[in-house]
Design a protein around this ligand. Structure first.
Ligand code: FMN
Ligand code: SF4
Ligand code: SF4
Length: 416
């Protein structure tokens, strides 16, 4: 049994699985039940000035039989009082001293107001603070959330106010709705954040009702842009975690968030540099119990590879995540079709003919038509393999000799 203990910037937890700040962390009752189920930590639903929520606030994107493949929300921060939340944080910490309790905070950009909030929350005995610079809707229109996370100067300034006002670790939660995540991560570092959590939700509008012409979800016939999350955002989140992990000017621990639903998603984020992972949509979909499978899966993965500690895999993929100009132009793969598995659906042929490089031929044989790749023209784009409905029917095979390496940098050097 591997050692799953995690320590992110001094915030310790028995495993890397934390609940993200969201509806599942809205109350002490929920977080205690989550901890009973095995979650290693929780980021409390964002505390700040009292807000009023609209009633219709979520919408789901179903894809190919998968419900809630994506989720859109226009919910704001907690609508419960600071007093109630702080009292419950004390209770949860007392009952579960070994779990990480991080409290998410949001406040208008006034130093004294941040200081007051931090002082009040720190008294609860929580293990860390997470500054919500990510919420892209509602609060951002009031100058908070992603309005801060989209401005590096504000990120640095507000972070430094909080860091000065507290002794516990301060994490900065970033919005993905920016042109360059690493510049935002660097600003958090300059503000002396202990770590970065990413990502919050992606700006989105879930849809339009074709009968009523209402945007979805609508509030009395109208809607506003919301935040998109769930499995559909995982590639966006993974890229942003990797971008921050490989940036030498950031260099602080990361908590990965975005579309994580299984142990293998979590492993991918850890390999890409996340010390802990946070989960929201998958818990909203399936409940707290999913953490049991996540713990077991991570354990089995590590044991199967003889890796003693979960922390030993953190960042192992980061050196392989490079700029395009550092890729090997001499690496060559081609598609190969296993005719014994082919069901002659022609999907690969159509894809290659209409959208790739016209290098799959249809050759009549034994009363049917075989799809055969012209390897000399195949550019190894993978499209035919992606569209093929039969597992392992198309494989991508390496055909270069594996000895030569030539990057775009090398090409440029020879041009000078
Ligand atoms: C309904 C809802 C409410 C959320 N509220 C908050 C919040 O109060 N504070 C915060 O930092 N993030 C909030 N989030 C964002 C999540 O913490 C998380 O960053 C995002 O959902 C991506 O993770 P996921 O793909 O696992 O859902 C909320 C997300 C949802 C779906
Ligand atoms: S890998 Fe791309 S180019 Fe090669 S056969 Fe498949 S679709 Fe065509
Ligand atoms: S997509 Fe796959 S199954 Fe269909 S014809 Fe091509 S190789 Fe055969």
């Amino acid at each position: 049994m591997a050692d799953l203990r995690t320590n992110l910037a001094g915030i310790a937890s028995p495993n890397p699985f934390w609940l993200a700040s969201a509806p599942p962390t809205n109350s002490g009752y929920q977080i205690m039940r989550a901890f009973e189920a095995g979650w290693g930590g929780a980021v409390w639903k964002t505390l700040g000035d009292p807000i009023v929520n609209v009633t219709s606030r979520f919408a789901g994107l179903n894809a190919a039989g998968y419900r809630m493949f994506g989720m859109n929300n226009i919910e704001l921060i907690t609508d419960r009082s600071l007093e109630d939340n702080c009292r419950e944080i004390v209770e949860v910490k007392k009952r579960f001293p070994d779990r990480a309790i991080v409290v998410s905070l949001m406040m208008e950009c006034k130093r004294e107001r941040w200081r007051d909030l931090v002082a009040r929350v720190e008294q609860t005995g929580c293990d860390g603070l997470e500054l919500n610079f990510g919420c892209p809707h509602g609060m951002s229109e009031r100058g908070m959330g992603s309005a801060v996370g989209q401005d590096p100067e504000l990120i640095e300034e507000v972070t430094s106010w909080v860091v000065e006002a507290t002794r516990i670790p301060v994490l900065v939660k970033l919005t993905p709705n920016v042109t360059s995540i690493k510049h935002m991560g660097r600003a958090a570092r300059r503000g002396k954040a202990a770590g970065i959590s990413l990502i919050n939700t992606v700006n989105s509008l879930m849809g339009v009702d074709l009968e009523t012409w209402n945007p979805i979800p609508h509030v009395d016939g109208k809607s506003s842009h919301g935040g998109f999350c769930g499995p559909a955002v995982k590639p966006i989140a993974l890229n942003m975690v990797g971008e921050c992990a490989r940036d030498s000017e950031i260099g602080i621990p990361l908590s990965g968030i975005g579309g994580i639903a299984t142990w293998s998603d979590a492993v991918e984020f850890m390999l890409m540099g996340a010390t802990s992972v946070q989960v929201c949509t998958a818990v909203m979909h399936h409940g707290f119990r999913i953490v049991g499978d996540m713990i077991e899966g991570l354990n089995n993965y590590l044991d199967g590879r003889g890796i003693a500690r979960a922390q030993d895999i953190i960042g192992k993929t980061v050196p392989k995540f490079v700029d395009w100009n550092d890729l090997n132009l001499d690496y060559k793969i081609v598609a190969r079709i296993d005719q014994s598995l082919c069901i002659h659906c022609n999907k690969c042929y159509i894809a290659c003919e209409d959208a790739a490089h016209q290098c799959i031929d249809r050759i009549p044989r034994n009363g049917t038509t075989d799809c055969v790749v012209d390897e000399s023209h195949c550019v190894g784009c993978n499209l035919c393999q992606m569209v093929c409905p039969v597992d392992d029917c198309i494989t991508m095979v390496r055909v270069d000799d594996g000895r030569s390496t030539r990057t775009w940098h090398d090409v440029e050097a020879t041009q000078v």
